[in-house]
Design a protein around this ligand. Sequence first.
Ligand SMILES: [Zn+2]
Length: 294
Amino acid sequence: MRPITLFAAAATCALAVATMAQVGPVTVTAAATPFTLGKLKLAALRDAANIAPNDAKVFGIDVGPEAVDTVLAAAGVPTGQISLSVSALLVRTPGHVVLIDTGYGAPRGILLASLAEAKVRPDQITDVLISHGHGDHVGGLVSTDGKPVFGNASVRMAAAEWASLQSQPANAKLVAAITAQVRPFEAGAALLPGITAVDLNGHTPGHSGYRVESNGKRLLVIGDMAHSYIVSLAKPDWAMGYDRDRKLGAERRRTVLGQLADSGDLVFSPHFPYPGTGHVVRIGDGFAWKPGMA
Ligand SMILES: [Zn+2]
């Protein structure tokens, strides 16, 4: 998800908002939802929530908003809008306190308040794993005064993503703040005992998922491989406006969702309804979301 696009879309739809769905940021309260994976303790951390307009600019841009509304109506949710959470995942492994993505961070996000709910201080985080360089995933790395928030942590992301992030002038403040912490990795690298990067290139050049394994249990953090638990799963082949490579993004979505449905692995999605954990199941020619924590 790209917050600037969302804000712009919300602004251009201001007139429609008065009569239709309320779109834009949604106020949320701090939350840390604990769960276990094998022998590991994890927690989903809430950062923010948004309602995106169904305006043909993001979801189903190749099929149009009426087709998207048909899918929303079939799922029994309001049409004209797509609800998206923004969450991060805390993983405690022996010797490491790992944060996967950082949300928007302050002032828009409340990640640190949710981290406090999990009884973790920012200086206790040893590793931050980044799915990709969009503001709703990396914004929390930097404080409002430009300082690193997780000062004792290694910040890990795919080398292609770090190169892409550095190449964009809008990221200059972020890059300056975190450069000393960043340790890029090659796609698919094993990063920590029980945590492996998974190449999910498509949404962005170095977009990475993360596989967490313990005692025979597996979880995949999917990053922005899918955004809407309804539309992205029911219609994985539809073009997603946020994907840098829309063809590859759609191919990746169908392939990985199929793998998740077949394996039954637990899934964590930053943008599915908080806490963002559950399973992917097949339904018709597409997929559906079964929320759950085990
Ligand atoms: Zn996103």
